[in-house]
Design a protein around this ligand. Sequence first.
Ligand code: UD1
Length: 420
Amino acid sequence: MYKLIIEGGKSLKGEVKISGAKNSALPIMAATLLTDAPCVIRNVPKLRDTQTMVKLLQSLGKTVEARNNVIKIFSNGPLKDTAGYDLVSTMRGSFCVLGPLVAKLRRAKVSLPGGCVIGVRPVDLHLKGLKALNVKIEIENGYVFAKAKNLRGAQIYLGGVFGSSVLATANIMMAAVMAQGKTIIESAACEPEIEDLANFLIKMGAKIKGQGTPRITITGVKKLHGADHRIIPDRIEAGTFILLAVATRSDIIIKGACSSHLLALIDTLQGAGVKFNCTDDVIRVKTKRSIAPVSITTYPYPGFPTDLQAQFMALMALTPGISVVTDKVYPDRFIHIAELNRMGANIRREGINGIIQGVKRIYGAPVMASDLRASAALVIAGLAAKGKTEIHRIYHLERGYENLEKKLTLLGAKITRKRE
Ligand code: UD1
């Protein structure tokens, strides 16, 4: 195991290039199960999660060739129907092989993903959507057994207690592209990653309309072919760099990002006094003076993303004054509060709210990463803190940030990795 050591309190300067979106890459890789023809996917970030998806596709019978950030996926033999516990339990994104497997094979056995430190994370909406498409679902020994003689299009309401679901929308869309007739998904997730997946499926021959809106209409086709696709930029990685630029009062040019995917964050920070200079694929953040505290509530896209909640909280922790961070998507996603408080922050949790009394300065300390985005919040806090921060269990970061230390070092950060 490795730890990260950060000497904080330095402002950063330079350019950073954003990688492809992890949350697009995972369902798009799963979508290749829908065809026997070769698919080429470009701009795939080299991460532990994308490697897990490669292993899962291989275990299902696919051949995967990876070179730099381009992967080619094709079939050399028959597809298998079982996604085992070992791989699905390590990454929830694996569950999105269920839709394409059942569409292609008319049967699938996929391990239930289970919960994680950010909450319970049920899959009821995935299963409800598949049942509506005429798939028989049984749960036995921790596995979902899905069977369908014929998948039939249907009108499906996919809104849940916490709003729309990203991966349930992905799963149902991937099953519906090969169902008989028309499927309408109401209250579909509008995330750019869902739009990216739909665009990939359309390149494969699927008939989809309305992607990026709450109503997606799919007309089933008999067969899909191969496709060549480039993954969109990772808006959460870009948002993390924006927040760390503001926290460290830095001047950073973020390249290869899509500012229109980050309007909720940019608008919130403009309200706090941050100046942005954005073009199509470049975001420049320059923060010299102090900013005002602002409150946020997370919502499904285009609302403020839950995947930037922890990083935003790190920034507000060192912004004097009171702010409130409310998470309506994952009401239990607050483990980072205790670690930020170890660094001198003053945050208390009240239900789904983090009440932050921002302080002038926080101090380096040994801290523990608990999940992917909480780890990013600790990196931001460590870079802004006075003194040395040691972040333990950084394997979480490797799940979602490509070359983070290298990118930060190029911006002038003092960050090193050491074996524990
Ligand atoms: C995806 C992202 C994750 C992000 C999340 C919310 C991937 C690989 N992961 O996860 O990074 O944090 O969207 O933006 O894309 N829910 C139910 N029933 C369900 C499914 C979800 O109640 O069947 C609830 C969840 O517990 C949560 C909310 O709906 O409270 C949103 O979850 P969802 O959008 O499904 O998250 P994921 O797709 O798993």
